[in-house]
Ligand binder design. Sequence first.
Ligand SMILES: Nc1ncnc2c1ncn2[C@@H]1O[C@H](COP(=O)(O)OP(=O)(O)OP(=O)(O)O)[C@@H](O)[C@H]1O
Ligand SMILES: [Mg+2]
Length: 300
Amino acid sequence: MSATPTTTPIPNTPPVHSVQSGIGGASPTEVVHAAPLLTVNGIEVIYNHVILVLKGVSLVVPEGGVVALLGANGAGKTTTLRAISNLLKGERGDVTKGYIEYREQRIERLTPAELVKRGVVQVMEGRHCFAHLTVEENLLTGAYTRNMSRGDVSAALEKVYAYFPRLKTRRTSQSGYTSGGEQQMTAVGRALMANPRLILLDEPSMGLAPQIVEEIFEIVKDLNSREGVSFLLAEQNTAVALRYADYGYILENGRVVMDGEARALGENEDVKEFYLGLSSSGRKSFRDTKFYRRRKRWLA
Ligand SMILES: Nc1ncnc2c1ncn2[C@@H]1O[C@H](COP(=O)(O)OP(=O)(O)OP(=O)(O)O)[C@@H](O)[C@H]1O
Ligand SMILES: [Mg+2]
């Protein structure tokens, strides 16, 4: 493994294990080397003044990129997204070191509403639809911060329905009575109503059937290629995320332990063993994994 990151070099980036490959997804080299849309540089996050959760996280989302932020429970994925969209305060969290730039401007002091106006929209973990509102009313709340004209709002709604035809058929249903997949679609659709340039998507696959997960990731890919929306996807589902992303970062214990083009990460032996449940000898049983585990080289 090389220690040279394939992304635009970030000053003071802590050394991580980078994986390089010339054979990523659709034209990965162009995407990875595009101008950075978002730069997170060495951020440290502390909850309640004492709990150090992020210990110097750095990452880049290039313009037009789909970047996966991977890691197990409690690795710090949601905290990283909250730091970017300035949603930490409500959780008694603070960014105590490092900086975050969006389109080459510092954004740590902007409110979540100001960030939405600039095109940075977060879709929170667990979907968070207003259960008592209809699907369409939920979507309309997404247009609220953008001061759009009536015509623009209807055009935005039609665009959401074109990407999510299922939502059109459920437009008058109360969100609380729609399926988990439909609620996730509503949450992404609501983000789309704000005309975003960057969507921070937290755990879109959570609790959904594999087929619905594919459907949602296909729409992410379409939004990326047709609307030019960039994505930072936090996911525990490493296999799916690496199939749809161009580039990935693996977080463990609040640190990036590895990053690289998605295809190369998916083929990396450590990633296969520790995140995909595979090894060069094929899929392992839980018993094998439990009793014979190669030591993670980044812990050595
Ligand atoms: N509001 C909070 N106050 C204190 N500690 C918190 C708070 N939110 C998260 N943490 C802690 O920070 C760590 C990282 O949590 P985070 O939610 O960012 O992880 P995650 O990678 O998103 O995990 P998951 O995959 O389970 O969603 C965990 O140890 C968690 O207990
Ligand atoms: Mg999370």
